[in-house]
Ligand binder design. Structure first.
Ligand code: C2E
Ligand code: MG
Ligand code: MG
Ligand code: MG
Length: 298
């Protein structure tokens, strides 16, 4: 019958899609069953000054250590958490964790600086915010509370928004960004170049940091056009007083080309993989520059 043929066709042409949907459903169920406070972990990836390799801050990256699946990466569950709305409590938990870890690094950094008679390093923590989280009416209050309960100053916190977040909240985006900026929190544009990139919003929105997406960095040394494009972005940002971070630097050639065009900051496996809070704290304490670390620490 037509129905059977239809089913047969479905099985023949969409087996992967079907498996993915089932898998996705299972993952969603497993995610729904998690306790946000106890099920996730935050890893920190160093952000460095390109010409000195000095540490300037860390990006907080969430992980889901799963009982049967191993560590589930955000690309597999952030979208699901967005759909279910769980991203709101999850994002608040990540922010709470990141700000309290940053408070610990800063306390210890200040103590060491006092011993060495040096000014403490102004390290910051950078936290990813997704569209649904940013759209939540309580977002600014949640960020304010995270600062208050951790005791860190607002200059220690950066919030990373993607271009799609900027497009997603209409007129409220600017208002919400201004409230955050008024608190002294800095805003970074993440994955710059992958969305509806428009140079005009670098002027329209109070953006302090621009993160050039890894896909651009991958092409460095491969194509002259890519070099020119990145150099252009770096120059425009500098003119506007916006700091630039190159994401996903994996080799010294990329680092050297970026440094030569005046890109001030970078992040990538060349310097360090994401690490746990304890390792991040040790890194803050050793005034050592970053070298290649073998793999992400548990
Ligand atoms: P992102 O914010 O652009 O973060 C950078 C991603 O690139 C991270 O992947 C990081 O581990 C990876 N990365 C860094 N350096 C290198 C490199 O040299 N080579 C390669 N191949 N990869 C590198 P991760 O941790 O899997 O996170 C993926 C994305 O998930 C993030 O991209 C961000 O959009 C999202 N995400 C992570 N944590 C959170 C969170 O707490 N909240 C929200 N809303 N999104 C998050
Ligand atoms: Mg990010
Ligand atoms: Mg990024
Ligand atoms: Mg990315």
């Amino acid at each position: 019958s037509a129905k059977t043929a239809g089913k047969g066709q479905w099985r023949r042409y969409k087996p992967e899609l079907q498996t993915n949907l089932i898998e996705r459903h299972k993952l969603q169920e497993s995610l729904d069953a998690t306790n946000v406070e106890t099920s996730f972990a935050v890893r920190y990836q160093p952000i460095v000054e390109l010409d000195t390799s000095n540490l300037v801050g860390f990006e907080a990256l969430v992980r889901w250590p799963h009982s049967t699946r191993g560590v589930v990466l955000p690309e597999q569950f952030i979208a699901l958490a967005e759909e279910s709305g769980q991203i709101v409590p999850l994002g608040a938990w990540v922010l709470g964790q990141a700000t309290s870890d940053a408070a610990g690094w800063r306390r210890e950094g200040a103590r060491r600086a006092h011993e060495d008679d040096m000014p403490p390093a102004p390290l910051y923590v950078s936290v990813n915010v997704s569209a649904r989280q940013f759209r939540d009416a309580g977002f600014v209050d949640m960020a304010r509370r995270a600062l208050e309960s951790s005791g860190i100053g607002p200059e220690t916190l950066v919030l990373e928004l993607t271009e799609s977040v900027l497009m997603s909240r209409g007129d409220n985006v600017l208002e919400c960004m201004k409230e955050l900026t008024d608190l002294g929190i800095r805003i970074a544009i993440d994955d710059f170049g992958t969305g509806y990139s428009s140079l005009s919003y670098l002027r329209e929105f109070p953006i302090k940091i621009l993160k050039i997406d890894k896909s651009f960095i991958d092409g460095l040394g491969v194509s002259n056009q890519q070099y020119a494009l990145i150099e252009g972005i770096v120059n425009i940002a500098e003119t506007l007083g916006i700091a630039v971070i190159a994401e996903g630097i994996e080799n010294t050639m990329q680092r050297d080309l970026l440094a030569s065009m005046g890109c001030p900051l970078g992040q990538g496996y060349l310097f360090a993989q994401p690490m746990n809070s304890t390792d991040a704290e040790s890194l803050v304490h050793s005034s050592q520059r970053l070298g290649l670390l073998p793999s992400e620490t548990e």
